[in-house]
Design a protein around this ligand. Sequence first.
Ligand SMILES: Cc1cc2nc3c(=O)[nH]c(=O)nc-3n(C[C@H](O)[C@H](O)[C@H](O)COP(=O)(O)OP(=O)(O)OC[C@H]3O[C@@H](n4cnc5c(N)ncnc54)[C@H](O)[C@@H]3O)c2cc1C
Length: 426
Amino acid sequence: MVEPKTSAEICAILALCSKYLVEVVPQGGNTGLVGGQTPNNTGQQIILSLRRLTQVREIDPISNTMTLEAGVTLHEAQEFAHSVERYFPLSMASEGSCTIGGNLATNAGGVHVLAYGPARDLTLGVEVALADGRLLTTLSKLRKDNTGYDLTRLFIGSEGTLGVITAATLKLFPQPRTQEIAFLGLESPTQALHLLNFIKAGAGIALQAFELIPSIALKLVLTHIPNTREPLAESHPWYALIEIASNAENEPHSLLTHLLSSAITQRFAQDAIIATSLAQARALWSLRENISEAQKREGGSIKHDISVPIDCIPAFIDQAGQLIQENFPQARPVPFGHMGDGNLHYNISQPVGADKAQFLSQWAQMNQIIHKLTQDFGGSISAEHGIGQLKRHLLTQVKDPVALDIMRNLKTMLDPLGILNPGKVI
Ligand SMILES: Cc1cc2nc3c(=O)[nH]c(=O)nc-3n(C[C@H](O)[C@H](O)[C@H](O)COP(=O)(O)OP(=O)(O)OC[C@H]3O[C@@H](n4cnc5c(N)ncnc54)[C@H](O)[C@@H]3O)c2cc1C
């Protein structure tokens, strides 16, 4: 592993790697979920760690931008924004460890995509060390710049295969003065869809997050995660966690109270609570954020990170459930996630008491079924985690051939010797 401290050192390393044909695997916080940051087992690749690139180059609360180096963690980036009374909305459970470079390289999503978009929408410019050792910069605080091709966006989501991101200029937003969290009991995903549209229509851009949780997920969290408790008086088949934020002092609370009581009256929800303290808000979020961990403690879990058009979510959940039941009786689907973005983590827990290894050996088979259904709905097999090495073999099956051809040409142009993260994405 090499751990440079500056962009210039990274350029020098890449120039040497090009000269001696050494393969390089960029790595930030090592929280990626598709194996993009992991070297192969030849022992011949080097890990290029970005974690020592931690400089804050500039924070400009007037232009609402900050320029940070790639190794700054997402949590630190949020704190830097906070220190000038601004808001950086990218947020996910891994934010204590994942880095800005990794967030951009994976075009990370997280819980606020509904209101602010993924990493790509939050970035104004990047600095990138190229395979041949040159340093490209599109760092800029400009909101408008129509001078040719959008190279910034090309590198975002490229998972370390086209260049090494060394710094980025990110967008800042006004800091919400109040944030309100609600937890709702629902009878079905169809009701969740009606509720989502109702809240969207009433709250507009104040709606920051809308997360869907099935009852099995809540049960697993309550069973395996200490200090958690049932949030509503009664159990429901489905739940939604909603976050609303605003710059006005008391507006979100009255807005949310009004919307939730109307939602219950109009049968868009069965029951609801609003967090009355920060501790309660955190406790509600932790029910959502601990689902994967609870599944892990329950045994084997086969994962999918899919997206479909939002209106298809109820039909998708229904049909996927039927297919799993037909092909893997007793397996337990746990579909949860960012419903507001059409993004479900369609994870399937092993049957109670089953052999974990035997269950996990069905990974490819299950993936095939769920990914085929995803495509039938016009969806994507990777909504926010990327392709890495885990889904590389699937890309040729799902991507437009012309798009793939252009991707390969871009790769050849920017990395003709194939030293940057080989075996990942394409
Ligand atoms: C508990 C948990 C929750 C998560 N929740 C979410 C979520 O809600 N939404 C979401 O999108 N993801 C989520 N993730 C996945 C992961 O946190 C994100 O993909 C994150 O953006 C990865 O950042 P990282 O710094 O850890 O990158 P790494 O894991 O180190 O690397 C990821 C990829 O980016 C490349 N890379 C890293 N840094 C650079 C760089 N500077 N230049 C070029 N390439 C680079 C690597 O080669 C690799 O391909 C979650 C992960 C965990 C463990």
